[in-house]
Structure formats: C-alpha cells, structure tokens
Ligand binder design. Structure first.
Ligand code: HEM
Length: 157
C-alpha cells in the first residue's frame, strides 16, 4: 500500500470527474470512516476555518452566512458518504425569513466566478481538515472522488 499525496489525490479527482457518478454510496463505510454525524460536523468546522484563512479562496466567502453553509455542507457530505442525511438544496439567504427558494449546486455557485484552481484549493482544504481529524486516507479519497463530478457545475470560469 502507498500513501497518496494531496496533489496525487487532486489529479485522481480530476481524472475521476467523468468516471464517478454523482450518487451517494449504497453502504455507509465512508460515513462511518468520517466518524458519523459528529465526525462530519467537526470536519466541516475545521474545513471552514481553513477555507476562511486560505488566501486563494477566502474572499469568495466574505458575504455569506457561514453558519448556514456549515449546516448545508455537513448535510451534503453526510449524504454523499452514504449516511442517513439528505441535502435538500433548500437555500435560505440570510436576508430572508422562512424557507426561501430551492437552488441546485450550479445555481448556488454560478455567480461566484469559480476556477479549477479555486475548486482544487477547496478540495485540498477539505483533505487537510480530514487529516486533522485522523480520517483514514482511503476514506478521504472516496469522499473527494464522490464530490469530483460537481466540478462541472461549480467551475464557471
Ligand atoms: C466540491 C466542491 C464544492 C462543494 C461540495 C460545495 C458545496 C456547497 C454547498 C452544499 C453550499 C451550500 C448551498 C446552500 O446554501 O444550500 C455551498 C455554498 C457556497 N459555496 Fe460551495 N461547494 C464547492 C465548491 C466551492 C468553491 C470552489 C467555492 C469558492 C472558492 C465555493 C463557494 C461557495 C460559497 C461562497 C457558498 C455560499 C453561497 C450562498 O450562500 O449563496 N464552493 N457550496
């Protein structure tokens, strides 16, 4: 066995973009490997701390509701890891009351001018957060590969 570096993982991520269907796992091994809901919440907390300090991407998050983003991200990562959660895509702008409009990932990110380099930076930050929480590298790689197909929707520049 060999340990994949983050760069190698990103390469694999790009290579797998077309190969991996954007569907949750049918078993919950990845979810368990992340430490379940509690583990995912800790990872998301660390992830956002790293993102908000990352000069490559932090400015993109300046005007957004980070607490809400954490909740949504945790929901989504849990679902994609095969856990008992459902990301609804229901988006509530912080200036709104109530439930708000339903937006998909493409719509959420379309005005953010996101490049491949920014997408890779964010993926790297997620991997650092998972390393901080001792997620096994095989589990981390599976989650990253699962998110890879989103690049098509999220990168617009
Ligand atoms: C695999 C990559 C990504 C995933 C899985 C992802 C996931 C998400 C999710 C689940 C939300 C919450 C949407 C909601 O409120 O319902 C969100 C919002 C957001 N994402 Fe991403 N994202 C990714 C890449 C990026 C990148 C590369 C950037 C910028 C560098 C970015 C910037 C943002 C911002 C600023 C918001 C808040 C938008 C708003 O509240 O209107 N995302 N993302």
């Amino acid at each position: 066995m060999f340990k994949l570096t983050r760069m190698a993982t990103i390469g694999l991520l790009l290579a797998s973009t077309l190969a991996v269907a954007q569907t949750p796992y049918t078993d919950d091994a990845t979810y368990q490997g992340l430490g379940g809901k509690e583990g995912i919440h800790k990872i998301v907390d660390s992830f956002l701390t790293i993102v908000l300090a990352d000069p490559r991407i932090k400015d993109n998050f300046a005007d957004f509701d980070i607490a809400q983003l954490k909740v949504r991200l945790a929901q989504q990562l849990c679902e994609f890891a095969g856990g008992p959660c459902k990301y609804t895509g229901q988006y509530r702008d912080k200036t709104m009351d109530g439930v708000g409009t339903v937006r998909d990932m493409k719509t959420v990110h379309q005005d953010l001018q996101i490049t491949n380099a920014m997408f890779n930076a964010l993926t790297e930050d997620l991997q650092i957060a998972m390393e901080q929480h001792q997620v096994p590298s095989g589990v981390a790689l599976k989650l990253v590969a699962k998110l890879a197909p989103m690049q098509r929707d999220i990168v617009t520049k």
